[in-house]
Design a protein around this ligand. Sequence first.
Ligand code: TYD
Length: 216
Amino acid sequence: MTSTGPAAPVTTPGVLVSFEGGDGAGKSTQSRLLGAWVEGLGREVVLTREPGGTALGQVLRDAVLHGDHVDARTEALLYAADRAHHVASLVRPALDRGAVVITDRYLDSSVAYQGSGRDLGADEVEQLSVWATRGLMPVLTVLLDLDPVLGRSRLTGDPDRLERAGDDFHRRTRQAFLDRAAADPGRWLVLDATAPVEEIAAATRARLAPLLGLTA
Ligand code: TYD
């Protein structure tokens, strides 16, 4: 039996980068721009997202965002299940091939939204995801920081269950991201999401370059 022990940090030839932040902060735009740049360097790029980066994940995404009422612990477990499957079936194999995997949201979203937003406790929610992913952490996490009121005004379409959670919830979530970033500056890059798109992209590239072995 090798799968029941405590999660050990995992190292792979690939590079995992995550984008985090509130809704409407521009994460998917920045993921695409960064992916195009990395591809231009001749590296394999896998662009993905949570929740919903896999076929099973799409089902879980639908259940958690568009289903009836889901209680907070069930919500945390659904995101963790999505993440476990995402990592096992898509992210880890890509990293093992040496790809650069760019994910629109990862574990820190659970810590911020379920741990702080839903008040389940950051440490417990983090441990759940560490277990689910066997300790796989990004080498770089870019936080696109945005006032949630501004973020909401940038959204189009009907709000999902999380987007309807209220201003206090989203304020707690934003603060949780900022606190996590401040506690681990080696992994995080915090950028003002209201800055011009190209400025944010350039700052992200500059931070990732040495992690890809490029010199300035
Ligand atoms: P996202 O795909 O970023 O939203 P959209 O495509 O609608 O812009 O994320 C969906 C929602 O799920 C978002 O409000 C944040 C929330 N979320 C959590 O609460 N916990 C998590 O672990 C993740 C990954 C997302």
